[in-house]
Design a protein around this ligand. Structure first.
Ligand code: PHE
Length: 467
């Protein structure tokens, strides 16, 4: 009776765009281009695509199938697949709870920057020390965090159809158009610097695309594989319950295999285009050295300087760019909150409204703590991987490097060895479609994926060091 009332996506397009909306996020924009530039351009791309078609496909298929089969949220799904596996669901649900606060803080930064460009103050963002000055302010970042979280909560409160599905259907096509527009623009520009050197967008594109195998050693290749895998893992939004929650809303008639391929293609195409958008632009105005930045410093420090160098066009490009990042962050943010809200609803049988309000308050509290980590409560903490961290980085580290690999390894063991891969294969083939990569799936889920994940885990916690 209860199951019949469960929300569901109206169509498979809605599901694909919602899942792609989750997958396409800050990682695609601020991490993928940087890793590609660092890891030999085309070489990274090739490794990434091979891993996406094997490793990524396996994890994504598994989670979406678990969701649709159990019709449960992450917190309750594992136990339904196999009695006694609830702890995996608990950790799986803890991850989005840890991620939501800092993701919304970053979403707030994005909103602030978008507003700067819309109001014609993009130049301010390019001045030295602007970003540091902004995030160390006590009040403003909290206000923008609140606005971002409020928007996320509003969409989740509206529900699966009128909220997640309809917003994704509008935002994702616009996002693709904006990425394409900026990418094409990036390729057409050129700049002559003070020393008379002219660099063009097409040269930048070559750096991005042509595999650079100079001095490639086995060890370096291993680093490329690990980087690509870590990125893929984060980018597909797997191992944090999201794809289980979304999978649980997919209708029994939908062709899972086809939808999963579309989600992967969408995510990879946007990541690839983000590279076309960012690498040539940074190369033209800042040279090869400019590409050493990733994460917040790429987005909030380097790129505003690049936009400023573009002159008048820079304000428009900045505007489109931050609107695009905002859409990407918003659709990821809603997926994080949905994973938690659906868990609360299934576990405690409370209404969507109640669950949304409850978790939004928790997220807001957490977000305020994250903001305070840059001023009142500032401290420097050394992470096991050597990086210096504030509260945001600590939450990010614990969720991404520690809990996520654990959940993914646990899921592989559960499906690969305990209940057996047939459970997922049957679910994928339920509508009579052929699961083309069936044998590959079995080998991946039982052997290759857990082995790769264990390596990733050892690397993330600093036990396995690759230079
Ligand atoms: N997959 C998103 C990205 O690539 C990030 C994300 C993280 C989304 C956590 C949801 C939850 O940026």
């Amino acid at each position: 009776m209860k199951e019949a009332k469960r929300n569901s996506f109206k169509g498979s397009i809605g599901f694909v765009l919602a899942a792609a909306g989750s997958a396409v996020g800050l990682g695609n924009i601020w991490r993928f281009p940087y890793l590609a530039a660092k890891d030999g351009g085309g070489l990274f791309l090739v490794v990434y695509i091979i891993l996406a078609l094997t490793f990524g496909f396996t994890l994504l298929t598994t989670e979406i199938a678990i969701g649709r089969k159990t019709r449960q949220s992450p917190l309750t799904a594992y136990d339904k697949i196999k009695k006694g596996w609830k702890p995996l669901g608990v950790i799986g649900c803890l991850i989005p709870i840890l991620i939501l606060p800092y993701y919304c803080v970053i979403g707030g930064w994005v909103l602030k920057y978008f507003l700067l460009y819309v109001t014609g103050h993009g130049m301010d963002a390019a001045s030295d020390g602007y970003f540091g000055g902004y995030i160390t302010q006590e009040v403003q970042p909290i206000i923008w965090l609140f606005v971002f979280l409020f928007l996320v909560a509003f969409i989740i409160y509206k529900g699966v159809n009128s909220g997640i599905e309809s917003f994704s259907k509008v935002l994702m096509p616009i996002l693709i158009l904006m990425v394409l527009g900026v990418a094409i623009f990036s390729l057409t520009i050129s700049h002559t610097d003070a020393s008379g050197v002219t660099r063009t967008g097409m040269e930048g594109l070559k750096i991005y695309l042509i595999p650079n195998l100079d001095g490639l050693t086995v060890q370096k290749f291993f680093t490329v594989v690990m980087d690509a895998m870590g990125q893929l893992f984060f980018s597909l939004s797997v191992a944090m319950g999201i794809m289980i929650a979304y999978g649980s809303y997919v209708s029994d008639e939908a062709n899972l295999v086809k939808s999963i391929n579309q989600i992967e293609i969408f995510d990879t195409v946007v990541a690839f285009l983000a590279g076309v958008m960012i690498i040539p632009a940074v190369y033209i105005f800042m040279g090869q050295e400019g590409m050493a930045a990733s994460g917040p410093s790429l987005m909030f420090v380097t790129l505003p300087k690049v936009f400023a160098s573009m002159g008048v066009a820079g304000n428009v490009v900045g505007c489109v760019f931050f609107a695009m990042v905002f859409f990407a962050a918003l659709t990821s943010g809603i997926s994080i909150l949905e994973a938690i809200v659906s868990s609360l609803m299934d576990q405690f049988h409370i209404s969507r409204t109640k669950a949304t309000i409850l978790e939004s308050i928790v997220g807001l509290m957490g977000g305020i703590i994250v903001c305070l980590g840059y001023n009142k409560w500032y401290f420097e903490f050394q992470l096991p991987n050597g990086a210096t961290a504030q509260i945001l980085d600590i939450l990010d580290y614990i969720s991404n490097n520690f809990f996520m690999p654990i959940v993914a390894i646990g899921t592989c063991i559960l499906i690969g060895w305990v209940v057996k891969p047939k459970v997922v294969i049957d679910e994928a083939e339920k509508t009579g479609v052929k699961f083309g990569r069936k044998n590959l799936y079995v080998v991946m889920i039982r052997f290759v994926a857990p082995a790769l994940l264990i390596l990733l885990f050892l690397k993330s916690v600093g036990i396995l060091r690759v230079i």
